[in-house]
Write a protein that binds this ligand. Structure first.
Ligand code: AMP
Length: 588
């Protein structure tokens, strides 16, 4: 009898198996990162099909042919297939398994899972809660005490759990969810959008008698959704979706991420209600949480990351593959039970964030060195992501792209890793959209491409060794740049002229709140100085006496109000007072 123990995620959409191989916990199977669709069926000739083949048959049934199967028997067929994969990869028989279940499973459901394992010829050594498995994958099963919030959004179900882990002692403190909500609902919303587009172009309602066209569109909608997690736009092109009177009718439509996000926003907001409920049931606040772990394929949707970050102030983690995280966590426990000293799953991630600087707003002021990453730190590699920006001025024909490495929303506090200029853009009156695509390889080469959206005109650079640490001299150079920014009032004219080549955050361009700032190009110099003063006052705030602190805060508010109301006189006056206050403080 083998001592090998495997970990299995027996999911509703997909199932996976993981074990200790080649010195680490890996997902096993015929491909890298193998996922087995949780489907069984019969071929036309009556042969049993499991996984993808069964899914292609679109046969998901408990009644197969003329035979009835219990859910446990169906699950055991899936388990058997997974175990065969593992035996092939490990070249030895497998008899013991850790199997995961959703945290909300009842005792009866847990027993049924155990039974399925036994039917598949396995000794089920542990039934493990899925969120606990996820926290083990992230290495939270060490001796220290950790509290994690596990947000799990798959294809058809959603749940959020607060788990407490300390060594082998694990507890699910609270769990909430909706077993009717998942990525399939996102697909359906997009499908509806595509159907309406087709109807408006051709006057044909695909819901009435066009099942094949609808099936094609449903598939296209899911593909589009997945792309929108990494790209700001996606083009859906379906040739000859319908043939009417011998004439093929095509669908060709571009969807934007922002349009898509508005569609799914209410669903995502409903998941956040569950997050708040789970936290309050566990008597925890976000500050008690060590990490938010994202599990399930649908958590690649950037709006989920953003909203969780806004709600809790924590940076959600998704460094362990969200579809495989639960299986890998089960694999960690299985490996430990088999006697291997495994701490966590090893993944290749970017240790830094990367992105371009752009002309945006900081504290209500136009600022040319705003920074927001395109590739976030802890993103698994390789990765490709694209974001959209816009030219800052009418008739602008070139942009200067500066790429930074770092986390600060002031680009100048980060490390400049490369820059290039794109010339020959179309001179447009309206902001011209420029896409910035970044790819980071496992070997640490960062590829950056700027693309004029309308024409496809592009320019590309590769930055080697993007993943190396900053050297002390580079950090000193970054500090020096910052110091220069604060002291070189005389050179501000030159700084502002350079803005001509900067990018604006494309989303911000369409926001009405930004209009006040956009209407002030003539006052940019005064505004820029005011901005620097405010920054400086923020840095010095802690060193001020309390009356001076109050005065500085009040002056900042006056500056802010003056900018909003486009009152250059009031702005100059408040800036002069703040400058005087800071001069006095610095002088001491
Ligand atoms: P799971 O059940 O965890 O395998 O999750 C499957 C769900 O994740 C399906 O609805 C997929 O369409 C969805 N999904 C997979 N990749 C992505 C992606 N890149 N962006 C958004 N959803 C995705």
């Amino acid at each position: 009898m083998s001592d090998m123990v495997v970990g299995i995620d027996l999911g509703t959409t997909n199932s996976e198996i993981a074990a200790f191989l080649n010195g680490k916990v890996e997902v096993l199977g015929p491909e890298a990162d193998s996922m087995l669709p949780s489907c069984v069926g019969l071929s036309p000739a009556g042969a049993l099909l499991v996984g993808r083949e069964a899914r292609h048959q679109q046969t998901e049934a408990v009644k197969l042919g003329d035979k009835e199967f219990t859910p446990q028997e169906i699950s055991s067929l899936i388990l058997r297939q997974l175990v065969e994969w593992a035996q092939r990869d490990m070249n030895q028989p497998i008899a013991k398994a850790v199997i995961t279940v959703p945290a909300y499973f009842s005792d009866a459901q847990r027993n049924a899972t155990r039974e399925a394992g036994e039917l598949a010829g396995l000794e089920v050594v542990r039934i493990l809660n899925e969120p606990t498995a996820a926290s083990l994958a992230y290495g939270f099963g060490d001796a220290a005490h950790h509290t994690a919030l596990v947000y799990d959004l798959g294809g058809g179900t959603f749940d959020v759990s607060i788990v407490s882990v300390e060594g082998d002692v694990t507890e699910v403190l609270a769990s909430h969810g909706n077993n009717q909500l998942g990525g399939d609902d996102f697909d359906n919303l997009l499908l509806g959008r595509l159907e309406r587009e087709f109807q408006s172009q051709y006057g044909i309602d695909l819901q009435n008698g066009y099942p094949v066209a609808r099936a094609r569109l449903w598939w296209a909608a899911e593909e589009a959704k997945k792309k929108l997690s990494f790209e700001p736009y996606v083009r859906v092109r379906e040739e000859a979706l319908v043939t009417e009177n011998g004439k093929p009718l095509h669908l060709d439509v571009e969807l934007s991420r922002s349009e898509y996000e508005e569609m799914v926003r209410p669903l995502i907001e409903s998941t956040l209600d569950s997050v708040s409920k789970a936290l309050s049931d566990a008597h925890k606040s976000p500050s008690d949480i060590d990490a938010i772990l994202l599990v399930g394929g649908s958590t690649r949707t950037p709006l989920i990351y953003r909203r969780l970050h806004e709600l809790t102030g924590l940076e959600p983690r998704q460094d362990v593959h969200p579809d495989l995280c639960v299986a890998l966590g089960a694999g960690v426990l299985a490996s430990r039970l088999a006697g291997h000293g495994v701490e966590r799953v090893l993944v290749d991630v970017s240790p830094f964030s990367f992105g371009p600087s752009y002309l945006g707003e900081r504290g209500g002021f136009p600022y040319p060195h705003c920074y927001h990453p395109i590739i976030y730190r802890n993103t698994p590699l390789p990765v490709t992501r694209t974001e959209s920006y816009a030219t800052a001025h009418p008739h602008q024909t070139s942009v200067q792209i500066e790429i930074y490495q770092g986390e600060d929303d002031d680009a100048l506090k980060n490390l400049l890793v490369g820059d290039f200029r794109v010339e020959g853009l179309r001179p447009t009156r309206e902001p011209n959209e420029v896409l910035c695509r970044m790819s980071l390889d496992l070997d640490g080469i960062l590829h950056v491409t700027a693309i004029e959206k309308e024409t496809g005109k592009s320019k590309h650079i590769s930055i080697a060794r993007a993943l190396r640490e900053k050297s002390p001299s580079e950090i000193a150079a970054a500090r020096e740049r910052l110091k220069e920014l604060y002291s070189s009032r005389a050179e501000e004219g030159a700084e502002i002229a350079e803005n001509e080549f900067s990018l604006e955050d494309a989303d911000a361009v369409s926001e009405p709140e930004d209009k006040a700032a956009a209407d002030l190009p003539h006052a940019l110099e005064i505004v820029k100085e005011a901005h620097d003063l405010v920054e400086q006052s923020q840095l010095l705030l802690g060193t001020l006496h309390s009356e001076d602190q109050e005065e500085a805060i009040e002056l900042r508010e006056r500056i802010h109000a003056a900018i909003r109301s486009n009152d250059a006189g009031a702005l100059k006056k408040a800036s002069a007072e703040l400058r005087e206050l800071l001069f006095f403080v610095e002088g001491h």
